[in-house]
Structure formats: C-alpha cells, structure tokens
Design a binder for this molecule. Structure first.
Ligand SMILES: NC(=O)c1ccc[n+]([C@@H]2O[C@H](COP(=O)([O-])OP(=O)(O)OC[C@H]3O[C@@H](n4cnc5c(N)ncnc54)[C@H](O)[C@@H]3O)[C@@H](O)[C@H]2O)c1
Length: 337
C-alpha cells in the first residue's frame, strides 16, 4: 500500500511508522512540520527501510493537495495535532484550527485524491467525565476541554465525509478507522516520548527518577476510587502502534468503525508511583496537590471490540513493562546508564 502518515515524527506516529517499515510491505511518505516531532526519530528509522519525509505543515493545503494528487495514496494515518489539554483551554482556536480545520481539509483532499482508508488518532478525552468509569465506543461523548472537543468534531467530520463519499462512489468511497487512545506510555527502545514539559504521569515520574524534576504532584486524593487518586487505563505505545496495523488490515475487508484502544485495566496515580519506585529502586518526592479541573475519577476502556473484530494482539500488557521501557528511554535521552 502507498501510505501517507501525518505527524509521524512525533511520539505515537514514529512507533507506528517503525512497525509499518518493519513489515517491508508498504511505500511510505511522512509529512510533519516538526512542531513537536523530532527529525532524529525519523533518521533513526531510516535504517529499517527507505521512506520519504517532507517537512510540511498540513495547513498548507496547496502543497498537501499537490502531494496527494501526485502520489495517489491508498491510506492516510493522521496523527498531526496539538495535544496539550491545558494549553487548549488557554488557546482554543490554536486547537480548533490545527486539530479540526486542518483535519477537515485533509479529509477533503484525501477523498478527492482517491484515498481508500483514513485512520484517525482520537482520544478518550472525547468521553469527558463519564458517569461510569468504563466507557465503550457507544458511551456518550461529552468532552470538557477544547482539545477533546477538537477531536470529537474531527471524528464527526470524518464520519460524515466518508458516508457521503460511500454514497457517491460505493465500494470506492473512503472508509475510516477511528482509534480512541487511552493513556499512552512506554517506549520502543530506539524511539520514545520526547515532548518538552510533558504532563503525562509516567513521563513525569521517569523525569523524577532521572533527577530532572524534584517531585511528582498527585492532583487530588479524595476521588471516589480505590485509594482516592485518579484511575487510568495505561497502554504501551508499541501495542497502540500495532492496533493501527490491525485496523488498517481490518478495513480492507470490513466497513468503517471506531475502536477504543486500551487494556481495560486501571491503575491509580499512587499505584503507578509505587510501581515506578519498585521498578527503578529510586525513592522520590511525592506531593499532594489539589484536584485539577476536568480530571474524571476513573477512565477505563471497554476495549473488547478491537480484540473481537480485528487481529490485534497486545504484547506488552504490564505496568512494570510500560514504566521500565519509558524509564530506559528517559535515561537514554539523558545519557544516564
Ligand atoms: N499522547 C497521548 O497520550 C495521546 C492520547 C490520545 C490521543 N493522542 C493523539 O495522538 C496523536 C499523536 O500524539 P503524540 O502523543 O504522538 O503527539 P506528538 O506531539 O509527539 O506528535 C504530533 C506530531 O504532529 C506534528 N504536527 C502537529 N501539527 C502539525 C501540522 N499542522 N502539520 C504537520 N505536522 C504537525 C508534530 O510536529 C508532531 O510530530 C495526536 O493526534 C494526539 O491527539 C495522543
């Protein structure tokens, strides 16, 4: 297949790129403006197999259209987006323009240039603060911040545009696979999360272990949860990456669909911290802090659908493995042994 990946110099996209290259079965082109993505990640993956990289902002629709019309991709996997929830509250238009408006333009060009499959990085943040902590793909989506809203609107645009494309072109219409990621963490070894000022718990904890931060804050200890701290469903980035390959394969013989991608298992903030101390053998300072607005007490995927319908087989389903791989990557970035 000829596949276009947007935003694959970033954390998740680079892991998907690596697995696609390892199959040796695809002709791949990456576009990324390197806003947060790293050229080094792409350079590191060049040794697996050849692929094209074009430094391009997807807001540049003229160049994007030229590329997509000339190359006639079979599939697009769309990661490019801004991802900081707090920033999205302060600068909502930055998020609606990059995450939603740019997605609408990309979808339009994809359909017009004959793309068959469109895979989209969505998020558990589209569910907002669900009443029950466990959400299936049919659970109500009520995002509580502009980041989640920008992704929910993109989902709607993709669904409507693909439905219209199918109504017009029948079997030649574009199909979508929407993946709602839960809490992504861990690293592959050679590539990993390299985002400055990250707020993700496991990344913060690893920075603490490496001495790059003084302490970890626990935002809220009075939630209705096992130990009073928030519970989340952590998924290893390599398993998340393989879900993209499984969904792409699924779409070749099935209709469009939406999939939660998590393990359906929850860990509290304190459990993650304790596990990180055990895995690393390092004790670090933990501070109690007030709740943050918009953090649901419990958010866990019912992810039975992707396991039932696709060939996806997670291989790294262990919090120890997730944390130890994230820590190894953090140490590698900081030249620590
Ligand atoms: N990290 C998570 O926990 C998480 C959870 C749920 C969903 N997601 C989604 O997964 C996707 C990838 O996230 P990530 O964690 O890898 O983030 P990331 O910031 O590492 O990757 C995003 C990539 O997109 C690129 N990019 C951004 N805007 C662009 C534009 N206009 N044109 C071209 N390139 C652009 C960046 O340079 C970067 O390489 C995003 O769509 C995000 O919303 C991430």
């Amino acid at each position: 297949m000829k596949i276009l990946l947007t935003g694959a110099a970033g954390y998740i996209g680079s892991h998907v790129l690596k697995q696609l290259l390892e199959t040796g079965a695809h002709e791949i082109c990456v576009v990324d403006n390197l806003y947060s993505g790293k050229l080094e990640a792409l350079q590191c993956l060049e040794k697996i197999a050849k692929f094209d990289f074009i430094k391009l902002d997807i807001a540049n629709t003229a160049e994007l259209e030229k590329l997509m019309v000339a190359r006639r991709f079979d599939a697009v996997i769309h990661f490019a987006a801004f991802i900081e929830v707090a920033e999205s509250v302060a600068k909502p238009l930055k998020y609606y323009l990059n995450n939603t408006a740019n997605t609408a333009n990309l979808v339009k060009i994809a359909i017009e240039s004959g793309v068959k499959y469109f895979i989209f990085s969505s998020t558990a943040a589209t569910y907002g603060e669900p009443e029950s902590g466990v959400v299936s793909e049919e659970s109500p989506q009520m995002p509580i911040n502009p980041y989640g809203a920008s992704k929910l609107m993109s989902e709607r645009i993709i669904k409507d545009a693909c439905a219209a494309s199918k109504a017009k072109a029948g079997a030649n219409g574009m199909k979508y696979g929407i993946l709602r990621y839960f809490n992504v963490a861990g690293a592959d070894g050679e590539i990993g999360q390299n985002y400055p000022n990250a707020t993700h718990l496991i990344k913060v904890v690893c920075e603490c272990i490496c001495g790059a931060r003084e302490s970890v804050s626990v935002f809220g200890s009075d939630y209705e949860s096992r130990d009073g701290t928030c519970e989340r469903d952590y998924i290893h980035v390599c398993d998340l990456a393989s879900a993209h390959l499984a969904v792409l394969e699924y779409l070749s013989s099935h209709e469009s669909d939406v999939f939660n991608v998590g393990y359906g298992k929850d860990f509290s903030v304190r459990e993650v911290i304790e596990c990180a101390k055990k895995v690393s053998g390092v004790d670090f300072k933990v501070l109690d802090a007030p709740r943050r607005a918009g953090d649901p007490a419990v958010l866990i995927s019912n992810a039975s659908k992707i396991r039932k319908l696709t060939s996806w087989q997670p291989r790294y389903q262990s919090l120890e493995l997730i944390i130890s791989s994230a820590l190894a990557w953090e140490k590698k970035c900081r030249n620590l042994s």
